[in-house]
Ligand binder design. Sequence first.
Ligand code: FUL
Length: 460
Amino acid sequence: MKTKFDENWTNKNNGYPLNSKEIERYISVVPNENQLRLAKKPYYCFIHFGMNTATAREWGSGLETADDFTIKSVNAKQWVSVIKSSGASGIILTCKHHDGFCLWESDYTDFSVKNSAFKGDIVKMVSDECRRQGLDFGVYLSPWDMHDKRYGTDAYNDYFCNQLTELLTNYGDVFEVWFDGAKGSNAVKFEYDWNRYFDLVRKLQPKANIAICGPDIRWVGNEGGKSRKTEYSVVPCSLRESERVMKDSQHDESQASSLQQYKQTDEDLGSRKILEKNAFLCWYPAEVDVSIRKGWFYSDDENKTVKSPKKLFDIYLDSVGNNCTLLLNVPPSDKGVIHRKDARVLKAFGKMINSVTESPIIVQELGRLTKDNGYIEYNFDCVKKMKYAVISEDISYSQRIESFDLYIKKPNGKYKRVYNGTAVGSKKIIRVKGKKCIGACLVIRQSRSNPIIKSIGFYE
Ligand code: FUL
């Protein structure tokens, strides 16, 4: 029977099988507990701070000495409160960037705050402050180290593991460990002992997700804050290796800006066409990493490049609102504080995030759709000016929806399609721009087996 929306998902499923052995294989891939937890806290921040903050560079030279770290004070309380004001749930700190300088007093090198004018352990200051203000704490430890003489030998793998052990035992719970794939093109050839690193993280911080070169969180593929039109979390397992072999990551300092110009290559990572060719699949959700400013590290001459709240909000909708997590970098200055311009923007950005769900029209938990409810229709009690629709699949049953339409019911009773989407996943936020309506309807056009919708909400 034809419905007023022509055909719903149960009729044709766009010509794709709704169920089969092959589809069972796709939807059997689900997030583990750590990845489920991550999806519930999808927005968190990076802090790039260290030797490069003191020298106003993006990458070090490998020739710095501890004396070059001339920073005298750090206001960790301000860092955390400013970031918290934007609604972020955690902070990942660059404990050691490529220059090799350590922000904690490591027992395994002299190249740390211990031998600089700065007195104190910055990792401790930040992790303590995160806990005090209720934010999660995460660790960035650069595998590539242009300073340490052991780099390129087995002894470096031991050194790296010793440092990881310090960071993962002395600073409380760690929610994410970020392993960067970047490595200078003239760096010595060296294979990191990734499995040893991963085992250590699992042993010392079993609740931490390991990102980028790690197996839990996938790099979205650019540093410009842009996700794909369709972001699937079920992808071929081979993708977990791709950053480890450094195919697309940064090879020299000047390449950073080209990464901000996101590429459209490898647009499709998880459609049926891709999955059917791959025997091994995994849950590997994307993380969008982007800086609030041009560079990853602070420099005075980039104060003009601070993104506006509106720009950050667009990035938020395109990441958190598009089945990704968002890792927004906020670099404190050499004065040890987050610049007031960034602070102002972050607060306004936080307000914009809150505004999405501030005024609900209807929010409902749904569950499994059956053949009889191929579309879900809502009538509002009066005319509303709808601004957002937010849909979440229950990803503990994998990611199923492949195509959907959103209609509004206009005050004259006629339906109008306002959005045609593909994947939904953990969260899809649709901007409807305050359209007047007396109802709304979600029509699933294509799905891998029956969709299981956790919640759907319409907001003014
Ligand atoms: C890149 C690094 O080279 C940048 O300096 C920055 O840390 C960014 C997040 O990752 O690979």
